[in-house]
Design a protein around this ligand. Sequence first.
Ligand code: GLY
Length: 579
Amino acid sequence: MRPTRPFRPLILAIAMALPLLSSPSLLAEESSIFSQMATAQPVWAKHGMVASQETLASRTGVEILKQGGNAVDAAVAVAFSLAVTLPRAGNIGGGGFMLVHIAKENKTIAIDYREMAPSKAKKDIFLDENGDAVEKLSREHGLAVGVPGTVMGMSLALEKYGTMTLAQVTAPAIKMAQEGISVTPDLAQSLAGLKRRMSQWPTTAAIFYKADGSDFQVDDILKQPELAHSLSLIAEKGTKGFYEGETATKLINAVKDAGGIMTLDDLKNYKVVEREPVRGEYRGYEVVSMPPPSSGGVHIIEMLNVLQQFPIDKLGHNTAQTIHLMAETMKHAYSDRSEYLGDPDFYKVPVKALTSKDYAQKIASQIAMNKTTPSAEIKPGKLAPYESDQTTHFSVVDKWGNAVSNTYTLNFSYGSGLVAKGTGILLNNEMDDFSAKPGVPNGYGLVGGDANAVEGNKRPLSSMSPTIVMKDGKPFLVTGSPGGSRIITTTLQIIMNVIDHGLNIAEASNAARVHHQWLPDELRVESSLNRDTISLLEAKGHKVKVQSAMGSTQSIMVTEQGIFGASDPRHSGSEAIGY
Ligand code: GLY
């Protein structure tokens, strides 16, 4: 294990170097300081920090911390704020996962507020009369919408682990929805890019495009008064303000008009589940992550167990040899995902076996150092991947040592694209995360079988992987990412970059990423990976595809020198803010 480098301030190093220029011996010493300097600097803070994909939401969270709120109060305020400021993924019409670490009790809880299938959902709902899967039904249709869990999840987290009221933590979001937010380049671009799916629903077009149908421009003001009203009902009435009464009726009418089968009872019966996190050990650190129905935690631990068999630090960061070992490991994990992962309330997921060190040794023994094993030899399949990665992650730590790692989503950007009339609420298309038919890929090119078949009241399998890495029993690294199928490998790389390669959290976030998901049999890499490495990987037999950036990690590292945060530079508008 290499020592991790939290921070090395540039100014300090320059100030130290100036008086030394005349002394050759000291110059030599200084050059070693410079050579140790980080290539990117994290944000530093003393008391608490929020890292999220949108600046206004990060600021809201930090304000709550400053007012004396704990990490959970801040996290819930961030979640409601993102529903207004990052509407493509922040939500109250979707669902997600939250890991909460409570320092005083030294316990970590996994809150599962994933959407549930409507009770009348059946295995074949996305198939046509020939038994073929119809993409539109699981993506842009009333049937695509799962029963939303976010409001119930946030309320439970706040009630059990927070200190503030729903009215307090929703107030900033209500204000921003009512008074409007200034349109950022990121928001303008994503709305313009997804106009086809969004504007097929008149209720959606009326909010997210101008009255004449044109796009919002940067610095225009986007107001969402109906969303402000829906949030106010939650502030006043708690979960009943969403799952019953006015909002519930409007949601069900919208889903039914769009061809769906969700009922008022489905909303009323929605349940949040508190689960035991999955845990693993990696080079002396404890990795705590989300259990099924997330596949993320299980496979991050499975992959780390395999990679621990190799001297990754000596092989080097993003060298062809290290990436080769990572890619081979990823293929095994994603092949297991297609077979064994699903909602644990419906299917017995072999978590213990998949996360055992023995199983990892078996996988490691099948990996050749210099030659890739084609995916077809691990398991056959033929797929076409789809590009979409909108989910969002945020991390929070407070001055008491509590931590929250939260990933939530509408599935695709803006979900189904459907806003329920009169609510301002965008509805998810999470039902596409089920396996519509064995072997048929979902929106992320992922395949599945019976374990993840559609069933009433079941939760679709997810890749969302909110994670907390513990050192000596305390949160050390709080992290996670959006990115569909790439969430798991992106989170894995943050952990490895810090633990194996000793990068600080900004360097770990900025470094070029790679991804293999078994099928399709290709190693996806970011364009910043150097050409020499790509050539060496190709020589080992990898089909390397240089594609767009992956993930948007929001990470916080807690060290003796303070709290260090980094928002992924891959998306503009992200910010880690501390105080
Ligand atoms: N909707 C993406 C995921 O849950 O993995």
